[in-house]
Design a protein around this ligand. Structure first.
Ligand SMILES: Cc1cc2nc3c(=O)[nH]c(=O)nc-3n(C[C@H](O)[C@H](O)[C@H](O)COP(=O)(O)O)c2cc1C
Ligand SMILES: Nc1ncnc2c1ncn2[C@@H]1O[C@H](COP(=O)(O)OP(=O)(O)OP(=O)(O)O)[C@@H](O)[C@H]1O
Length: 142
């Protein structure tokens, strides 16, 4: 049984999120998704939806076997509990892969890192970014 981890904010789900999770699932038999705590989202605007609502929506996707709320302080706590064989990073996530690999090794977690592919729009006007959806809402309803 190969366990795979994907992770992200997953606010206002869109086809790019589905693509990422479906792609990550192909790396193993069981996909665990870790949903970032809103309190930890500091690199962009805070999510609109609550931690629990984002977790529940991700859990409802067919590609996902289990969705977990992330840890509030130490991102490696859920990883230790899940004990994955593979962590699949998103195509545009700016994580330092060497630092993650070093932290995994430090904690004795034997796990490789992979990178998911991106999804291009399949039709005119397909919105593949939470930020773009929010911009559209503000433009049309603001
Ligand atoms: C291996 C790994 C585990 C993570 N675990 C957590 C976690 O437990 N809690 C959390 O708040 N964020 C966690 N994160 C951070 C977020 O999932 C995410 O990387 C960050 O918010 C960027 O998300 P975005 O791609 O949605 O912008 C983890 C990131 C990585 C790479
Ligand atoms: N178009 C896409 N193709 C493939 N993966 C995507 C796409 N959009 C988002 N993802 C992946 O989904 C995961 C969660 O992404 P995130 O929650 O940051 O959504 P986002 O739409 O990129 O957000 P924002 O627009 O606020 O930057 C990340 O791993 C990201 O790489």
């Amino acid at each position: 049984m190969t366990r795979v981890v994907a992770q992200g904010t997953f606010d206002l789900l869109h086809p790019g999120h589905v693509h990422y999770l479906e792609d990550a699932a192909t790396y193993g038999d069981e996909l665990h998704a870790i949903v970032a705590r809103g309190a930890n989202v500091t690199h962009k605007a805070k999510p609109i939806l609550s931690d629990r609502q984002r977790r529940d929506m991700v859990a409802a996707l067919a590609a996902v076997d289990e969705a977990h709320l992330g840890h509030t302080e130490d991102i490696f706590v859920p990883i230790e509990a899940i004990d994955p064989d593979v962590i699949v990073l998103g195509y545009d996530q700016h994580h330092d892969e060497d630092a993650i690999a070093a932290a995994l090794a430090n904690r004795g977690i034997d796990c490789r890192l992979e990178r998911a592919s991106g999804r291009e729009p399949r039709h005119d006007d397909e919105l593949l970014s939470t930020g773009d959806i929010i911009d559209r809402v503000l433009e049309r309803r603001g």
